[in-house]
Structures are given as C-alpha cells and as structure tokens.
Design a protein around this ligand. Structure first.
Ligand SMILES: Nc1ncnc2c1ncn2[C@@H]1O[C@H](COP(=O)(O)OP(=O)(O)O)[C@@H](O)[C@H]1O
Ligand SMILES: [Mg+2]
Length: 205
C-alpha cells in the first residue's frame, strides 16, 4: 500500500471550496473542513472557548443552560480591521485547528484511505502548503465570485471588500497551486475536473 496523499483544497471566498469538498466526499474521499472546525472550537463544549473567551471577554456568552460559547459575530466585529487583535485570535485558533486537522489525517491514514482532502480557506496565507502533498485552487471570474458572495445572508459590498483585502489575490493562489478547478460552469463540469485531477494523482503515485 502506498503512502496516503493529502490534498489541500483552497481558494478565495465564494470560489467553490465547500462545493468541491462536497463533491470529493460524494466520491468517497474523506474531507476535513477547517471553517467547520473553527466553528466547533468556538461553540458550546468547544476546545477554544476558554482561551478565546479569556482573550476576548466581550465575545464570551452563555446559552440558556449556562454553557459558555463564543459569539462569532461579536468576535468578528472585534478583530475586523485590527491586525494586532486578528493576529492574537489566530495565534489561539490556528494551532488548535491544525491539531484537529492532523488528528483527522492520522485517523484516515489508520483506516487505510489512500487520499484525504483538507478544505483550508487560508492555506497559502498560513503556509499550509507545507502540510499537504498536493494543492488545488478553486476559482471563478471575479464578477461570479462577487455575485455569489453578495447573495449570502448578512453580506455587504463593504464586508466583501474587506474580506478580499485580507486574502491572497486569486491570481496569486492560482499561480501557487498544483491544480486549478473552475467552478463557473456548473457542478458536472467541476466534477469532471476533480475526477481528472484524481486520475492524474493516482497515475503519478
Ligand atoms: N461548480 C459549481 N457549479 C455551480 N455553482 C457553484 C459551483 N461551485 C460553487 N458554486 C456556487 O457558489 C456558491 C459559493 O460556493 P462555496 O462552495 O460555498 O464557496 P467557498 O466555500 O469557497 O466560499 C455556492 O453556494 C454555489 O451556489
Ligand atoms: Mg466554504
């Protein structure tokens, strides 16, 4: 049995990471979602509640049963546009999210899976390409991205602009990635591209 390969799936906001991750899952490939991991760390019972609550007490809340959790909306408002606070938050959450991802990889390796996908929005921004064997960047034209993101609940043009400013440009991500997947031509077209990549990965190993 060959060594398990780790695929890092990335791309800017709205480019189709979650959609591509779901397609990989449907193909039977284990997928780990870094965003979902962070959400879980901050929810009731999450491993990040104490540390983040201590650093950002204004974001600490209690549910009706008295269980502590972090209000992500408030947390986002606190760190938005403040690089020092953002760095402080990331210094708490990134190691935890990374450990969760590592544990997932180890578990899937133990089960004998030949491939695993890590959906990491800020993969290149955090130097995560060193933790994976292959990188895939999902992409779509900027106007498609914009329309998708602005269609989301609670999104504004201003917020979108600030999120974009905090991410590595799409062109730079595409330059760095081993594979690029276009997501503006529908699900079947995207799935064909993913299958093609899997074929190439399997024949190269
Ligand atoms: N291959 C695709 N075909 C059609 N629509 C897509 C495709 N990929 C993404 N989308 C659309 O774009 C939206 C944003 O995609 P999503 O996967 O949530 O992006 P991300 O996780 O990168 O922010 C989805 O809700 C979907 O409507
Ligand atoms: Mg997503």
């Amino acid at each position: 049995m060959g060594k398990m390969k780790i695929i890092g799936l990335t791309g800017s906001i709205g480019m189709g990471k979650t959609t591509a991750a779901a397609a990989f899952r449907a193909m039977g490939i284990p997928v780990h979602d870094a965003d979902a991991t962070v959400h879980a760390l901050l929810a009731v019972g999450g491993g990040g509640v104490d540390a983040v609550g201590a650093a950002f007490p204004e974001a600490l809340r209690k549910d009706d049963a008295g269980n502590a959790y972090i209000d992500r909306r408030t947390l986002g408002q606190i760190v938005f546009g403040n690089d020092a606070l953002k760095a402080k938050l990331e210094s708490i959450l990134h190691p935890m999210a990374r450990a969760t991802g590592d544990a997932f990889v180890a578990e899937m390796r133990g089960k004998g899976h030949p491939l695993v996908v890590l959906d990491i929005p800020l993969l290149f921004e955090i130097g995560g390409e060193k933790r994976v064997d292959i990188t895939i960047c999902v992409t779509a034209p900027p106007e498609v991205q914009r329309a998708r993101v602005l269609a989301r609940d609670g999104m504004t043009a201003e917020k979108f602009a600030r999120i974009l400013a905090g991410q590595m440009p799409d062109a730079e991500k595409r330059k760095r990635a081993d594979y690029i997947v276009r997501t503006d031509k529908g699900h079947d077209d995207m799935r064909r591209q993913l299958e093609d990549i899997l074929r190439r990965i399997r024949t190269e190993s």
